[in-house]
Design a protein around this ligand. Structure first.
Ligand code: HEM
Length: 189
């Protein structure tokens, strides 16, 4: 056992934590969108509270352990630089999408009672929220591929481009606004 293997272990624990946070976030937003009452929605909001603790802690662990391994043994290879850039995109996308929508939703759920209002349902179903978690999950899987296969610069860029494309396609399929649109179109004469 060396410092390096301990760092690798912590790095992978961080990666596992990040996927747990992404899964919780995915489920919590789906639960919020399906909620019929404010009471029901508050339960799902609690799960997002957990995401806000597990997510940043996991990202911190990934970054610190990753930088340590890079600085001490591996060096600044192409797959690390592309992985680091994609990691920054994941962190920024999560911060922007949730940071923009969550405070207003939290405020409304604290003050409202009874059935969910149309305005609140609309903000909880904003396409950016579903898209953000799907794109981040796809990018994270792309990074796992990079970290395990260690391609050259072209390979690394292709992997991340494919991951981003898969995330973008997943964002357009099966999200509530899309399903609602499809249902509306199907109902048209
Ligand atoms: C979402 C972000 C990330 C995930 C999911 C992730 C995942 C992984 C995984 C699964 C491994 C193990 C690969 C293996 O042993 O074959 C690994 C290794 C590694 N990662 Fe990451 N990583 C991420 C971000 C980063 C970042 C930002 C850096 C650098 C700043 C980094 C640097 C490294 C290094 C140096 C290794 C060791 C490779 C080796 O021992 O051959 N990772 N990563």
């Amino acid at each position: 056992m060396t410092d390096y293997t301990i760092a690798l272990f912590l790095h992978i624990v961080g990666a596992l934590g990040m996927f747990v946070a992404l899964a919780f976030e995915w489920v919590a937003w789906a639960g919020l969108r399906r909620s019929g009452t404010v009471q029901e929605a508050r339960g799902w909001l609690g799960l997002l509270g957990l995401v806000r603790r597990v997510g940043p802690a996991s990202l911190g662990l990934i970054l610190v352990a990753g930088l340590y391994m890079t600085a001490t043994v591996v060096g600044w290879t192409a797959w690390i630089l592309v992985g680091l850039a994609s990691f920054v995109v994941i962190a920024a996308l999560g911060g922007i999408s949730n940071g923009r929508s969550l405070p207003a939703i939290e405020r409304a759920l604290q003050t409202d009672t009874g059935p969910i209002s149309d305005a609140l349902r609309q903000s909880m179903s904003a396409p950016i929220l579903a898209a953000s978690v799907r794109v981040r999950t796809a990018l994270a899987l792309g990074i796992v591929f990079l970290m395990t296969t260690k391609p050259d610069v072209v390979g690394a860029l292709v992997v991340i481009a494919v991951a981003a494309a898969v995330g973008a396609v997943a964002s357009r399929v099966g999200t509530p606004p899309r399903l609602a649109e499809r249902a509306a179109r199907a109902g048209r004469p």
